[in-house]
Design a binder for this molecule. Structure first.
Ligand SMILES: *Cc1c(COP(=O)(O)O)cnc(C)c1O
Length: 379
């Protein structure tokens, strides 16, 4: 039997159209976009076309789009950009939410070593930051607030536009980790008041290893690496043209079909929750309203999430216990504990994350398998 893949917040299967764009680009447009000859110019044209499409999808200008190797690099470059700018103008305080991805949180030791002070914003039971708490955390020397748009573990949507406005009023740079949002909910960076915004193609049916950092053009971008003059001197190295082209294709496809796909995902979510409603001691993590439909984080009293995940795996179903990056750690999810779950309860959760590739039949199979696995794990 075919396996059921329900870990789309970790990575999504590449779409046929993105795959086709990618292979065609590799086969035909293999030139180096920095080369002056015909092959190079052709590759550069493909790259700039991809930049333009991605910019249009998020309401940015092409010169505000920097291609990176993915979400992690984009987040790191955004934070370094804020740090360098802060250093320049004498601001040494940053605000991150506690539920950020490790691509943001694990920058903290290096930032502290460099003399920055970081305030971590708590979240409520639904996983949302409080605007009031954010307001109270702002200081005269605050250079950056970094709050993600969609949480990748529980699917909660943060009040990004409100945060953006608050930051504008206080001259604070606002970085949004939008990796779990782009392609899943509408994104207009200017309306959100984002100064910086990260995207990663493999979270919306594009290939792995390609991402984008949007930076508002009035902000001086800092380099993570040094080398050639690619990406307007800000991100050296021969660009991943096939990746960029496929990313643009995947994003355009997702954005074009967003409403229809959201309706489908809502139906799948409903079906899943309905199919599991008789499982005793189950609860739903995250904001029941302000959320993306595809990320469904469930807790089961008295059951180890890890055991559940492994039982489901044996039954041909891929889910996760949280972020994929943390499979090695025995620590309970920092997101769930920030939301107020005890470590024990946080260890009783699994994340089922769906995409439009999943079918209603698969959902029914997942429901049966989860019910059985919970029972087995309890006995
Ligand atoms: C996946 C993810 C990242 C990391 O992106 P990569 O492209 O895998 O480096 C960062 N932030 C969030 C919210 C994510 O879901």
């Amino acid at each position: 039997m075919d396996r059921i893949y329900a870990d789309c917040a970790a990575t999504t299967p590449i779409s046929e159209s993105a795959l086709q764009v990618m292979t065609e680009c590799m086969r035909i447009h293999y030139g180096n976009p920095s080369s002056a000859h015909q092959n190079g110019r052709e590759a550069a044209r493909i790259l700039e076309e991809a930049r333009g499409k991605i910019a249009a999808c998020i309401g940015a200008e092409p010169e505000e789009i920097y291609f990176t190797s993915g979400g992690t690099e984009a987040d790191n470059q955004a934070i370094l950009t804020a740090a360098m700018y802060g250093k320049l103008i004498g601001k040494r305080h940053m605000i991150f939410s506690q539920v950020e991805h490790h691509a943001v949180l694990n920058c903290i030791p290096a930032l502290e070593k460099a003399g920055f002070e970081i305030t971590l914003l708590g979240v409520d039971m639904a996983g949302n930051v409080s605007i009031k708490e954010l307001k109270a955390a702002c200081r005269k020397d605050t250079i950056l607030a970094a709050v993600m748009y969609v949480n990748n573990e529980v699917g909660t949507v943060e009040p990004a536009a409100e945060i953006g406005q608050l930051c504008r009023e206080r001259d604070i740079l606002f970085h949004i980790d939008g990796v779990a949002a782009a392609g899943h909910i509408p994104v207009q960076v200017k309306e959100l008041g984002a100064d910086m915004f990260s995207l990663s193609a493999h979270k919306f049916h594009g290939p792995r290893g390609i991402g984008v950092l949007y930076v508002d053009k009035r902000i001086p971008v800092a380099n993570l690496m040094f080398g050639g003059s690619q990406e307007r001197d800000k991100r050296p190295g021969t660009q991943n043209v096939p990746g960029a082209a496929a990313m643009a294709r995947a994003l355009c496809d997702s954005v074009a079909a967003l409403e229809e796909q959201t309706r489908k995902m809502e139906r799948l979510r409903e079906r899943l929750l309905c199919g599991l409603k008789d499982v005793e001691g189950m609860w739903l993590n995250g904001n029941p309203e302000s959320r993306v439909p595809g990320i469904i984080n469930l807790g089961f009293e008295g059951v180890s999430g890890e055991a559940l995940m492994l039982l489901l795996d044996l039954n041909g179903i891929s889910v996760s216990t949280g972020a994929a990056c943390n499979t090695e750690s025995v620590e309970p999810s920092h997101v769930l504990t920030a939301m107020g779950l005890s470590p024990e309860r946080a260890r009783s959760c699994i994340r089922i994350s769906l995409s439009v590739c999943n079918t209603e039949e698969e959902i029914d199979t997942i429901c049966r398998a989860v019910s059985e696995a919970v029972e087995r794990a309890r006995t």
